[in-house]
Write a protein that binds this ligand. Structure first.
Ligand code: C2O
Ligand code: CU
Length: 505
């Protein structure tokens, strides 16, 4: 098929007419499940691995031929991008090059979601890199082992850039996690889920329904529509990330057998938790063990999406992927789930924090209000007016090493907000006064705040001073303009001015 020309950004937002009708969507379980490649360092020294990552436009056969190839913007021209593998105590430096050459492409900024970096390396939304420029990001990897991800964070274009494919895994290990007998190697599988809308020309359509939400009818697992994964009769550890713009999932196995939650955004759970389904908002990571030993060779089981309130479901979005059990286990080492998993001694781990340690409580309300004559997504702090993003305004100022309780309220109106706090991990204290759901009792950096809900979290601010963002991870809400910032301590590095030089090449 002829390769389509890159579409103007405007054309991608001119939707419905060109939308691929349901009866022309690919049939489920026709594509093979793959895992994104592991990134190779450009060079290494005693302390640091150096990577070079070019954000590029590329045409990929996402929909099966004869449907045309789809233009994506991806790290190294693939989506999901290459997985960066890190170890605690060893630095990573990534040179992120904005080489996207496509009409309508604007600036980028790269946020590594789950790493406590200095402000100038955090992917601050206004710290933008223009086409033809690069920026070096320094990651110290002091955090506990966990599933991180990096994605675009350019101010006001985050949803579009991420939708086009700028998202990838970054996995960090530590001694404790590696010593556990949990599934490793090829049985430790990164799995990113997202939805998308495709046009009859094979190109992705960006329809955010008037800056409300983008709901696609095609589910991509590691970039493939409803793929099939061949598995052995044993346990697998899936590091599941929801990289959708607006879609939350309610994940379950088709036979409703249990899955075991062993990890969260901030690393291992204190103890394993069995669930028959769980809610997975955008940007959250859940590490989920599925034991395929309960099936016979030749049997299959599907990962399904049971749907959620305030999420537009299509007939096609209840399916996610299928597992075909094709053989006995070829390796039964690391096939256990110990009763104690994470037991973090990290100074900023939220898991042992007590409410009595908190020096103050701050309230944030997430709503939709008229600002300067247009309806916007807003954040109100401590009873103040709902406001939109302003990089010159600081909305909260915790002291370095202060423990605080933050209370998030979703004012309602027909949507949920997954709220992400940069820099720190938190522990959910309660949800409308009730204990957190069984699946969300570990260290987290993003919390699902359902319509009308109030959720309280406890967290300790550090180790860096400076300005960081807090925002809704429905990226359409973030862009229009549900984003605020806090400043840890006073001063600290400037998230923009002290960034390294970014020569054009
Ligand atoms: Cu995953 Cu500030 O974002
Ligand atoms: Cu939101």
């Amino acid at each position: 098929a002829a390769v389509a020309l890159p579409l103007e950004r405007a054309a991608r937002t001119q939707l419905a007419a060109a939308r691929l009708p349901e009866n022309q969507l690919p049939r489920p379980f026709q594509t093979e499940f793959t895992v994104p490649p592991v990134a190779k360092p450009a060079y290494q020294d005693d302390t640091t691995d150096y990577y070079e990552m070019a954000m590029r436009s590329a045409f990929l056969q996402i929909l099966p031929a004869p449907l045309p190839k789809t233009e994506v913007w991806g790290y190294e021209g693939i989506t999901p991008g290459p997985t960066i593998m890190a170890r605690r105590g060893r630095n990573v430096v990534v040179r992120h090059k904005n080489w996207i050459q496509s009409p309508g492409h604007e600036h980028t900024s790269v946020h590594l979601h789950g790493n406590a970096t200095k402000p100038q390396y955090d992917g601050y939304a206004n710290d933008t890199t223009n086409p033809g420029e690069y920026k070096d990001y320094h990651y110290p990897n002091g955090q506990d082992a966990r599933t991180l991800w990096y994605h675009d964070h350019g101010v006001h274009v985050t949803a579009f850039n991420a939708y086009m494919g700028c998202a990838a895994f970054y996995i960090s290990h530590d001694e404790h996690e590696m010593s556990l007998p949990i599934p490793k190697g090829k049985y430790d599988v990164p799995l990113v889920l997202r939805d998308a809308i495709f046009g009859t020309d094979g190109q992705m359509i960006f329809d955010d329904q008037g800056h409300s939400s983008l709901f696609g009818d095609v589910i991509l697992a590691n970039g493939a529509p409803w793929p099939v994964m061949k598995v052995e009769r044993r346990k697998y550890r899936f590091r599941i990330l929801n990289a959708s713009i607006s879609r939350g999932f309610n994940l379950a196995l088709s036979d409703r057998e249990p899955m075991t939650i062993i990890g969260h955004d901030g690393g291992l759970a204190p103890e394993p938790v069995e669930v028959t389904s769980y809610r997975h908002g955008m940007a959250e990571r859940y590490e989920v063990v599925i034991d395929f030993a309960r099936y016979n060779v030749g049997e299959s089981v599907e990962l399904r999406n049971l749907g959620l309130p305030n999420t537009q479901d299509f007939a096609t979005t209840n399916r996610v992927m299928r597992f075909d059990v094709v053989s006995e286990a070829t390796d039964l080492s690391n096939n256990e789930i110990p009763g104690v998993l994470g037991n973090s001694e990290h100074p900023y781990s939220p898991m042992k924090l007590q409410e009595s340690q908190s020096v103050r409580t701050r309230r944030f309300e997430f709503g939709r209000e008229i600002v300067n004559g247009s309806e916007m997504w807003t954040v109100a702090t401590d009873g103040g007016p709902g406001r939109i993003w302003d990089p010159n305004r600081v909305d909260a100022n915790p002291g370095l090493d202060d423990v605080e309780i933050w209370e998030f309220t979703n004012n309602g109106g027909g949507w949920f907000h997954p709220i992400h706090v940069h820099l720190i991990d938190f522990k959910i204290l309660d949800r409308d006064g009730a204990p957190p759901h069984p699946w969300e009792r570990g260290p987290k950096d993003t919390v699902y705040v359902g319509e009308g809900e109030t959720v309280r979290m406890i967290m300790k601010f550090g180790p860096h001073k400076g300005r960081y963002m807090i925002h809704c991870h429905n990226l359409v809400h973030e862009d229009h303009d549900m984003m605020a910032q806090f400043e840890v301590g006073s001063g600290g590095d400037d998230p923009i001015a002290s960034a390294p030089a970014r020569p054009t090449s």
